[in-house]
Design a protein around this ligand. Sequence first.
Ligand code: GLP
Length: 247
Amino acid sequence: MGRLSIVVVTDPEELACVGADLVAEEIAANPTSRIVVPTGRTPLGLYRELGRRREGGAFDMSEATVFQLDEYLGIGPEDRRTLFGWMDRSFLSPLGIPDAHVVRLPTGGDLERACAAYDREVAGNGGYDLAILGLGANGHLGFNEPPVDRAAPTREVVLSAESIASNGNYWGVADDVPPRAVTIGMGPLLAARRILLVVSGTGKHAIVHRAVHGPVSPAVPASYLQDADDVTVLTDRSAWRDPEAAA
Ligand code: GLP
């Protein structure tokens, strides 16, 4: 049986602080934690807050190992759209994570084989300690697009039309979004010792409620969190409350 707690905060600024507290607590308890880190806009404030704490000498996670959650396929390493580049600018550099403590997803060669080896190695080392996740407009986690099996491994995926549209906001237009990606699978994510899902903005209202209150279903990948071990859903009020009811 899972343990899911919902923390509703006033706004994105408070979300950043409360999220940073949770990450800091994890690092204090286990400095060598193995942490999955997403891109996307929602966690950016949290990353900036951690960066500020680090600058002030109050936080150091340089002993942790950071795992990339997802990456587009079919673009070169210098492409402006790589999610690794985004993670580097927003998280790895500001937090001073040494290269030797960063694990990238496989993106080339025999991907099926490489992803299977990747999952085996992660599991062999005890899995992930903390997975920080954002919520896709269609309920995806990473790029685990619906419908997805709860045991889905790390693998290549084809992006849904909805994800291409939402990711288009990052890069200009939907045509700029690479159509294929690699993602850590639902199975290894759900096995993380602890999960922090960050959710912000009115656009996520319906999907966050489907995720935490709706039926657990392959149609809403984030609904599997209801059965995971230790999940904190950290959401701001604009995502959580019904904007119409609040008017
Ligand atoms: C993207 C990414 C996810 C991200 C999510 C939410 O498509 N694949 O890793 O967490 O959607 O993004 P945002 O925080 O910008 O809403």
